[in-house]
Design a protein around this ligand. Sequence first.
Ligand code: NDP
Length: 296
Amino acid sequence: MSVHTDQPATVTVLGLGPMGRALAQAFLAAGLRTTVWNRTPGRDADLVARGAIPASSAEEAVAAGPLTVVCVVNYDASDAVLRQDAVATALKGRTVVNLSADTPERARDTAEWAARHGIRYLDGAIMTPTPTIGTADAVFLHSGPEELYRQHRPVLDTLGGTHTHLGEEIGRAAAYDIALLDIFWTAMAGYVHALAVARAEGVTAGELAPFAQGIATILPPLFTEFAAETDAGTHSGEGNPITSAASTMAHVVHASEAHGIDASLMRVIEGQARRVIALGHGSDGFTRIAEVLGRR
Ligand code: NDP
């Protein structure tokens, strides 16, 4: 596949952890001239065997083309790479797309730094695991100057999946990322806790799995319904008031602790529900917690 753009089909990838390698591999598979660099040498062997150009320094890597994609553990790491004088100088007039994960504040800070150094900057977030990269299942979020995004979209498209530009405010992709990670990790924490409680009751993970999947399928329509209620501020508890929800949470706490299993996560959630009830919202639905949490 070739990239139809007035830019040469060239890209640099800084950071060759599992995700950086997946990105570089997708660029190579799409026929892009791909230059790679990683702090720790030796992580590029497979990529070089597939045609990647190894750079001996980050400065040399970014000088290889107009677009650099950075994918390292966080923004302390991307700062450590990008904010070296020689790298910043080499990046002047070029574009950086930072696909490392961190907070909206760090994205804004990096954009300010880039602007001060004449570097064109887009921020982004990857919402799917490495095997999805280069396939239709990959999900990328982007924010920053729309024109810059449009210019580099043909190269970004070679990563496969869907790319969504969320707006010019540079922190927007990270804001979505944080909210989505919040869902993912609390759901995963609930899942592994459930495995421990089920096991203590003699239920294997495999036995639970089909029913666990059933719980997961309940969630997508609830997200749509709850979004409408949250944005409208209605928080209807018809069908499942928060008093009833708090009661089932207490069952989880008691059953866990009876087995000596830490139930602090569910205690926190139950505590939030009890607080909402104490504030007089007991007949409201679960999303009232979001409104109460957001009160200062
Ligand atoms: P990691 O998050 O473990 O990042 C590893 C990379 O960060 C390596 O290239 C490592 O270099 C580099 N790094 C760490 N500290 C520094 C530093 N101080 N200076 C320079 N480089 C540094 O692995 P991934 O590749 O999986 O993730 C990269 C990003 O992608 C993360 O922000 C992650 O949240 C995000 N992501 C990952 C997903 C996944 O499925 N893996 C899914 C969605 C997003 P070295 O080899 O030298 O240690």
